[in-house]
Design a protein around this ligand. Structure first.
Ligand SMILES: *Cc1c(COP(=O)(O)O)cnc(C)c1O
Length: 374
């Protein structure tokens, strides 16, 4: 059997090698490296795929920062988000002088517990940042209802959820990240749509906001060498855009491959005692950026799998209200019990587009073997 990878970027590349190699060569030959050529083509193709405006940028972290800047959030403003996420969601708020205010997550979906949001709202609250963790959407209809009532912005951290659809209660669907005011995504190599380096994008359905975002990502420029605001330099480079543009053609199949691997895991792990497979909700599809199980014997299972040559990862081993850098927020242990408990019990299994049935069988058999003997 081939080596099992947590994420098989190279194996996936081999399935598109000729096209990707040619696209990269084309960029080199064109010398259109920055904000031209393939970058514009990819932005246009992704915008059409998502039916919204897309502004590319250097990475998903920048996408979040630019979103907060574009909405005019000011130091001291409060933004409600979760402590169980990748640090970028929280770090960018802190960098901007905004105050992250945490709501705990739900134990089954790992996403924001919307019943906690309203009591956190003060006169300083300006926005809510739901994170669509591991590829499944937070409950956006509940979030939008609260946001409308209190006049708040909604910025979706969709870094892990490109390829996911939000399903409204009337059955209508929208791509994750296009439901709130702004959506942010990442093209980090291991993400659902991964580059061979860094990349990110910001989505918005609002044309005026799109123009503001474009200006901020380009030094606050209005016309050449005229600056209408303070901006940043955050660009997707053309070689990454060329790679992403090839991958976008196969993206629906890649998401399907992830969902099929997840369905295999679900089917074979659902009756294993001592382990909980990831919950599915009615209001979202799942793109399975990660396939994350919960078990009280997490560390022991991880060690057992490692002995069998099966990699696994802990996303995330700590909740951010307990991180050293965020002690100034004044939270303490016990404030977000679900996030704290998840940090002790979650384990993500290998998940990518190139998993073979043999590998999947070996993984579930090994997991079952662990729980039979322990
Ligand atoms: C990956 C990720 C980011 C940041 O993306 P980068 O491209 O690595 O900067 C932000 N939020 C979440 C939830 C992520 O998973």
């Amino acid at each position: 059997m081939q080596t099992i990878h947590m994420c098989d970027t190279y194996g996936q590349y081999l399935t598109m090698k000729a096209e990707i190699d040619a696209a990269m060569q084309e960029v080199i030959r064109s010398t259109q490296f920055i904000k031209s050529g393939k970058v514009l083509e990819f932005e246009k193709n992704l915008a059409s795929y998502l039916s919204t405006n897309v502004i590319s940028c250097a990475n998903g972290t920048d996408a979040l920062q630019i979103a907060y800047m574009a909405l005019g959030l000011k130091p001291g403003d409060e933004v409600i988000t979760v402590p169980f996420t990748f640090i970028a969601t929280v770090e960018t708020l802190a960098l901007m002088g905004l105050k992250p205010v945490f709501a705990d997550v739900l134990p089954d979906t790992f996403n924001i517990d919307t019943t906690q949001i309203e009591k956190l709202i003060t006169s300083k609250t300006k926005a809510i940042v739901p994170v669509h963790l591991f590829g499944q959407c937070a409950n956006m209809e509940e979030i939008l209802k609260i946001a409308e009532k209190h006049n708040l912005f909604v910025i979706e951290d969709a870094a892990q959820a490109i390829g996911t659809e939000y399903i409204f209660s009337d059955g209508a669907r929208k791509p994750a990240g296009t439901v709130g005011h702004i959506g942010c995504t990442s093209f980090f190599p291991s993400k659902n749509l991964g580059a061979f380096g860094d990349g990110g994008a910001i989505y918005t359905g609002d044309e005026k906001l799109a123009a503001t975002i474009r200006s901020i990502a380009n030094h606050g420029m209005k016309a050449k060498y005229q600056y209408e605001r303070i901006g940043v330099n955050s660009r997707l480079d053309s070689i990454q855009a060329a790679i992403l543009d090839v991958k976008l053609k196969y993206f629906d199949n890649h998401i399907k491959a992830r969902q099929e691997a997840a369905a295999f895991y679900d089917e074979n792990l659902k009756n294993v005692e001592g382990l909980e497979p990831p919950a599915r909700v009615s209001y979202s599809t799942h793109s399975f950026h990660q396939y994350t199980i919960k078990t009280e014997k997490r560390n022991e299972l991880q060690a057992f799998l490692q002995q069998k040559g099966i990699p696994s990862m802990i996303y995330y081993p700590g909740a951010h209200h307990l991180q050293e850098a965020y002690q100034y927020l004044g939270y303490k242990k016990g404030d977000f019990p679900v996030s704290e408990q998840l940090a002790e019990t979650v384990l993500s299994l290998p998940m990518h587009t190139e998993m073979t049935e043999e590998q999947l069988e070996y993984i579930v058999n090994s997991v079952m073997e662990y729980f039979e003997i322990n």
